[in-house]
Design a protein around this ligand. Structure first.
Ligand code: FES
Length: 359
């Protein structure tokens, strides 16, 4: 098969984060500050990415504002010709720092929203005072006129706040809102029982998103990641393994997706010792699940295999114990019945404590 050039790159600049969200999809074992890539290696990575064909650079973490060289990194990415998107909780942002980032050439901000009021947001984020700081930051972003997307991760504890989250996106003059029902990767998998939405919540979220798309057409774009355990339809993870985008972890490992390190047997090359072009086209880890030669039945002969690529390899590994299996969230997977059973809500699940993310 002809491998296309990647369009997007996610640079996970750090795993450090002031928040402690129980739905965090970063790995259970985080990279420590001492292992983070230095500025010059990131700058080289951005130049190589642009030469490879990458157009969009997503600067993420952890909390990317924890990197003191963030404005230098944004400037370097812009010099390389990349569109820069900062994915942030905004904790640690000041008006002065926002100006510095804007002057460096920042194109777009994605602001995370843990809840629509102080009580919920600070409870989910595990950070007292976080909501107030976030709202202040949103006002600065709006005043600066920087294009904004509001990122919500919704789950059983906060899905009832979806209508207000949409209103807030409009008030902030955001261009988009990403309505993502929690996906169970990394730390979030440990909190699955506490976070799993009820079937009623999952259905209501879909109804609300469809309605809001009609109501706010031309004013607000709603991106939607449905609850894949509930729908029987697997997600089109990464737009196909090694087809559209790549990630660089804080320690420099180049990954086909953010959870790829959970797949045993794959080893990953580092941006500080192998050219990005060689990794993208030739690395065995990137080729492991590219295309459809690796597929087993029922994916192999499935009419939807070009649409969903068999779902998510990391989810197949986590649940089926085989990264080449059909994603168990697909109704054609023999394991799907078990997942559907997990969505049957019992009252005592409301009492399950959240386990907060710690560095
Ligand atoms: Fe790795 Fe979906 S998160 S393929």
């Amino acid at each position: 098969m002809n491998t296309p050039a990647p369009i997007a790159m996610l640079a996970e600049l750090t795993h450090r984060c002031p928040l402690a969200c129980p739905y965090c999809s970063n790995p259970v074992a985080l990279t420590q500050k001492a292992q983070e890539l230095p500025t010059e290696v990131w700058v080289s990575a951005f130049q190589q990415a642009a030469e490879l064909g990458v157009l969009q650079l997503h600067l993420s973490g952890g909390e990317p504002l924890a990197r003191h060289d963030l404005s230098d990194l944004i400037a370097a990415a812009r010099d390389a010709g990349l569109y820069t998107n900062l994915i942030t909780s905004a904790i640690g942002l000041t008006e002065k720092r926002l100006k510095t980032l804007e002057d460096a050439g920042l194109d777009h901000i994605q602001l995370s929203l843990q809840g629509t009021d102080t009580e919920m947001a600070d409870y989910i984020g595990g950070y007292k005072g976080g909501f107030a700081r976030k709202m202040q930051a949103a006002a600065w972003v709006r005043a600066a006129g920087i294009p904004l997307t509001l990122n919500t991760v919704l789950h059983r504890k906060n899905l009832h706040q979806l209508p207000r989250a949409i209103e807030m996106a409009l008030e902030m003059e955001a261009r988009r809102i990403e309505v993502a029902i929690v996906q169970f990767h990394g730390w979030a998998l440990d909190n699955r029982a506490a976070l799993m939405p009820t079937k009623e919540q999952a259905d209501e979220a879909t109804r609300l998103v469809i309605k809001a798309r009609g109501t706010y057409k031309g004013r607000l774009v709603l991106d939607y990641v449905p609850a894949d355990y509930h729908t029987g339809v697997p997600k089109r993870c990464m737009g196909g393994w090694g087809m559209v985008g790549l990630n660089i972890a804080p320690d420099g490992q180049v990954l086909p997706c953010h959870a790829a390190q959970t797949i045993p047997g794959l080893t990953f090359q580092r941006i500080d010792d192998t050219p990005l072009r060689d990794i993208w086209y030739d690395d065995p880890a990137f080729n492991a699940y590219r295309g459809d030669n690796w597929m087993q039945e029922p994916c192999k002969s499935c009419e939807f295999k070009k649409r969903d690529f068999g779902g998510c390899r990391c989810q197949a590994m986590a649940i089926a114990g085989d990264a080449a299996a059909t994603d168990p969230t697909c109704q054609k997977s023999p394991l799907n019945v078990q997942l559907q059973n997990l969505t049957n809500h019992t009252q005592n699940e409301d009492e399950i404590e959240l386990t907060y993310r710690k560095m």
